[in-house]
Structures are given as C-alpha cells and as structure tokens.
Design a protein around this ligand. Structure first.
Ligand SMILES: [Zn+2]
Length: 382
C-alpha cells in the first residue's frame, strides 16, 4: 500500500493537469484490474467557466475510472475516490519527504492517493475471502477538488440502487471521521450594462459595477445562521472616465439544508431580476448548488454504527464530528445512499505543502474497510 501511495503521489495530478491525470488514470486502471468486473476510463460532462472578461468557456477534464463488479448480486455498494489533487503542475510542492518514521509528507499522500491505495487493498482482501453476495461499483473521478462538475452525473448514476457507499477522503490524524457536512454552491453573476463617457453623457450609460454591487449587498443582507452568503470577488470596469459595461460577481453560498437551497435559489432569482430592472442591465446567472448538505439521517446513522462496530472488533475507537467541508459524500447522500466519506488514511494539513500521511494508518484503515464491506456483504444493512 505504501509503495503504491508513493508511486501515485510522485505523479502530479492537479485537476487542470490533463497529461498528469491521464498518467495516473492509466496506473489506477492497471492497479484496479486485479479486481474482477469490467473497468473503463470514461469521459465526464463538460463544465463551464466564466472568465473575468465575462466570456463563458468549456473546461476540459480528465477521464474518470469506473469499475462494475457483479451488478446482479443482492447487496450493492458504491466506493468512490478522486485521483486529482489541488496542486497544479507548476506548484512548488511535488515530492515526498519523510518527516519521521511514521509521517510521510507529500502532495496527495492523504488526499487521497493513500485513500485509493486503502480502498484497493480492502477490496482485494474482500475478493480473496469470496463474497458472491456483494456487487459494487468503484468511481475514481478526476475533478473532485474543483467541485465534481464533470463527474457529478456519473456519481449520481453509480449511486442509484446502492445500499451503502464508502468514500476515501482522509480521516483526522486521530482517526475521527467526518459526520454531517454542510452544503455549498458557487455562482458567477454576469452583469452587462452599457458604456458611456463619464462626463459627457453618463445618462446614456448603464453601470454594471453599481448593479453588481447592489446584487452583492442584497444577497449578503439575506444571510442567516442556516445560509451563509459570501460575495467573494468582483471583476470588471475600466478607466475612470468610462461608465463600466461589464461586471462579474462571484458568490459562495453555504446552505444548512435543502430548504435553504430553495430559499437561496429564489433569492438569487429575485435579487438579480430586481437589479436588472432598476439599473436597466442584463444579468446572467451561472453556477449551481453542486454540493448539497449531507445530514446524518437514519440510514447514515446505521452505516456509521456499523463502521464503529467494525472498529471495536479491531480495537479501534471510531468517532465522528460534523464539518463545514464538502466532498463527493455530499452528492452521494443527496442521491439517497448512506455514506461514510472519510474511510481513507489518517493524515492532515491537506491542501497545503505540509500535507502528511500517518503510515501506520494504511493497514489499520484497510482492515476497517475490509471488515465493514464484509459485514455489509453479509446483509448487515438489509
Ligand atoms: Zn479529497
């Protein structure tokens, strides 16, 4: 497991590094082909990007790995992970360093190449034990770190009809798992006004910056403890003597539940329509609530209890804590499938050059996963 983790972490696979992603996808396909079933690398959906010039372009993504094993078996699981990292090809953080005998520092060692290695080992052990009652799909996407826009449909499709899901994001250094997760939505609001001379004929202009500012203020005023609203950035405008005809406003929303998503959607529609009328500008809204909130419902609580129980058998105390962070577990939960999404390694400082993996967690977490999967295969959740 460690050798695989090192080999995979030495390859840069930042979400936008398409050649690095192609390399790692090939290595993962080779490694996961020790499992039965049919494996393929598939293209996801195209995602769009709104530039600071207001131009909307299509973003190319790496391929995603999909493995389907015994789709006719009575118990069906989904296992997911991601092959991309947050470190672009030009980032300074590219190599592995041992901090001490148990602490490996490197890009993606915890988030989540170590986790992918744990997932493979657990499935290999489960297959060796012989579990004909279990079928499963594995999805390893290439765009998790930028919000899974390309792979969301693939994950939702794979989640359909599954009894439970495990995702291999890292646990905290002490082994604590993520419980409930908040949701998030990112929007780019494009405002097009009309340019004019600021001194000669300002009345002929339609000020896009003013309209965008009003939208930002109105959205921000509507925030609540259940819905955080963060207008994060405004691009646009130009010289002082020109009424600006373009503004691009970026806003992040963090809804506490599905009802807040609905409220935010209505809010965006109302506020942008009002600003368009009042300032006589054209407003275009891009974006979505790509990560719905993940509450711990009854089915999720049963799955957490099962993981905890498997931990007890292995002398591990498995605990969990709610978090504001988001991942593909949010989307799997939104598809109605119970998920524990931090079944990967113990580690920390992810998304920074201090990212580390606690190496003794590889064996520990693979055992926890294998036992959890085995018990689910035996019908523990049916
Ligand atoms: Zn991750």
């Amino acid at each position: 497991m460690l050798a695989r983790t090192c080999a995979w972490s030495e390859i840069n696979s930042g979400t936008r590094n398409l050649s690095g992603l192609a390399t790692i996808a090939g290595l993962l396909a080779d490694a996961f082909s020790v499992l039965p079933g049919s494996l393929s690398l598939v293209d996801g959906d195209e995602a769009e990007n709104v530039g600071i010039d207001g131009g909307v372009t299509r973003l190319a993504h790496g391929q995603h790995l999909r493995l389907t094993v015994r789709p006719e078996a009575p118990v069906q699981m989904l296992l997911t992970g991601h092959m991309d990292t947050v470190y672009p090809a030009g980032h300074a953080f590219q190599s592995l360093t041992w901090r001490d005998a148990n602490t490996l520092n490197g890009p993606g060692v915890a988030d989540m190449k170590g986790g992918l290695s744990v997932m493979l080992e657990a499935l290999r052990v489960v297959e060796d034990a012989g579990t004909p009652s279990l079928g499963y799909e594995v999805i390893i996407n290439s765009d998790e770190e930028t919000g899974s826009f390309s792979s969301a449909r693939l994950i939702a499709d794979a989640a359909r009809g599954k009894h439970a899901a495990l995702t291999y994001e890292p646990a905290l250094p002490d082994g604590t798992l993520a419980g409930a997760r908040g949701g998030t939505g990112n929007f780019s609001i494009l405002v097009r006004g009309c340019a004019a001379h600021a001194g000669r004929n300002p009345e002929d202009g339609r000020n896009a910056i003013v309209a965008a500012s009003e939208i930002a203020l109105r959205l921000h005023e509507a925030r609540s403890p259940r819905l955080s609203v963060n207008p994060a950035r405004v691009d646009g405008g130009g010289p002082n003597n020109v009424v600006p005809d373009l503004a691009v406003l970026r806003v992040n929303f963090r809804p506490g539940d599905a009802g807040e998503i609905e409220r935010a959607r209505r809010l965006i529609a109302d506020v942008t329509a009002a600003a368009a009328t009042r300032h006589d500008v054209h407003v275009e809204v891009h974006g979505s609530f790509n990560r719905p909130p993940k509450p711990i419902d009854h089915a999720a609580a049963r799955l957490f209890a099962l993981v905890k129980d498997a931990g007890l058998t292995l002398d591990l105390n498995v605990a969990w804590r709610d978090t504001g962070g988001v991942c593909d577990g949010n989307n799997i939960a939104a598809a109605g499938v119970p998920v524990v999404d931090t079944m990967g390694v113990r580690g920390g400082a992810i998304h920074s050059s201090d990212e580390f993996l606690l190496v003794d967690s590889l064996t520990e977490r693979a055992a926890l996963s294998a036992l959890t999967i085995k018990r689910i295969a035996e019908g523990a959740l049916l």
